[in-house]
Design a binder for this molecule. Structure first.
Ligand SMILES: *Cc1c(COP(=O)(O)O)cnc(C)c1O
Length: 392
């Protein structure tokens, strides 16, 4: 089918919940994507931080094909090998103690919220169920995770929302103290706010959060749906802050492009969700697990050091260009935010880059780059050249 045919069929039959870019993607290779007419795009988006190994990675494709032939799905009523190996790997590499597998980021965060509330209920009884999240955060699109999201624009239409969330300004201790209380059971944060505009938490703030949580027996919940799986140059962003959260959610990059998510919990929280308290039909799907094991193999220490180096390279090259429409860059690893200068529109910038063959994202008031972690210097240079030519 042609791009126009696909767009018109989508418009007719697919629910219009997305403001889509006017581009149809047909196939990909490395960090390059192609439309049905063969036009090439350098991809600085990786499907919003998902396709960490790029497109068509041989080991990833082979593992999926092999597993699909062997066993596709049996439900969690039975044991299977892949999820067990993956859980072991994630625990060994993170310092956490156990894993629950789910399918998407919002769903993983639901599990994390359930765990926090049950931990507190088991130990202290009812009435200690409030979770503090941060202003400008993003935690998902379910009724509960919308309410967990600290942005008023998300608290609309779908009333009544789940009760039990209060919001503190990030990196602001006084603001946190204002919303603390005897009804609080947990504090939930993104180490680097993604959708909110690529805003990293300060090292000292996270250290203080962890100490406070330990002192008051609150759970520190890390939403690593976007920051996890190597995005910041460590397997998990909390490893940049030298803390071990009580519970961590992950999703986007975990299986390199197949739907999978999960939560990891520490020893203290290991037994909270016992039989009958939490489940999901597709969680720990063997094909997704096989794909995720390839991702884990790829993301060794050397690869993660490269993510940091590539992030620094991209940021320094962009700052060197001194483009009139851009201000400062910020971020961690290959999670990069770029300020948009006054008088320029982020949507216009995105559209102009796309028309010239470079795909980027926006977040908060600025631009956001989330290239595949496996992007090559050649591909980055090609994208940078398009940026320079388009925006100078
Ligand atoms: C993307 C994202 C989510 C939601 O994940 P879905 O898979 O879309 O449900 C939650 N939290 C953060 C930090 C995210 O970036």
């Amino acid at each position: 089918m042609t791009s126009n045919e696909i767009k018109s069929l989508t418009g007719q039959y697919v629910m219009g919940t997305y403001g889509r870019f006017p581009v149809v993607i047909d196939h990909g290779e490395g960090a390059k994507l192609y439309d049905p007419e063969g036009n090439e795009y350098i991809d600085f988006t990786s499907g919003i931080g998902v396709t960490c190994l790029g497109y068509g990675n041989d080991a990833w494709v082979d593992a999926i094909a092999k597993q699909a032939k062997k066993l596709s799905h049996v439900s969690n009523l039975f044991y299977t090998e892949g999820p067990a190996l993956l859980a072991q790997k994630l625990c060994e590499r993170s310092g956490e103690s156990c894993v629950f597998f789910a399918n998407g980021g919002g769903e993983a965060n639901e599990g994390m919220i359930k765990l926090a509330r049950k931990y507190s209920f088991d130990k202290y009884g009812a009435g200690r169920s409030t979770i503090i999240t941060l202003k400008n955060s993003f935690h998902g699109r379910t009724i509960t995770t919308l309410k967990a999201t600290g942005q008023d624009v998300f608290h609309n239409f779908f009333f009544p929302f789940t009760e039990g969330f209060r919001y503190a300004a990030a990196n602001d201790w006084a603001s946190l103290e204002e919303v603390l209380g005897d009804d609080v059971c947990a504090i939930m944060v993104e180490m680097v706010q993604g959708e909110g505009g690529v805003l990293p938490l300060e090292y000292d703030y996270v250290q203080k959060l962890k100490a406070l949580c330990d002192e008051k027996d609150l759970l520190l919940l890390a939403d690593e749906v976007q920051t996890g799986i190597g995005r910041t140059g460590k397997l998990f962003a909390f490893q940049q802050y030298d803390v071990l959260p009580d519970v961590v959610s992950f999703a986007k990059g975990i299986a390199g492009g197949l739907p999978m998510s999960g939560i990891m919990a520490n020893e203290k929280c290991k037994a909270v969700l016992g039989p009958g308290t939490h489940a999901t039909t597709f969680g720990g799907n063997p094909i997704a697990a096989a794909a995720a094991l390839v991702v884990q193999d790829a993301l060794n220490d050397e690869f993660l050091a490269e993510v940091t180096a590539k992030g620094e390279y991209l940021r320094s090259k962009i700052e060197e260009m001194n483009l009139p429409c851009f201000g400062k860059t910020r971020g961690m690893g290959l999670m990069i935010g770029i300020e948009v200068a006054e008088g320029y529109n982020k949507g216009d910038i995105l559209n102009q880059l796309m028309a010239n063959g470079l795909l980027v994202l926006t977040a908060g008031p600025g631009m956001r780059l989330l290239p595949p972690l496996a992007i090559t210097y050649e591909e980055m240079d090609k994208g940078l050249a398009i940026m320079k030519k388009t925006l100078s």
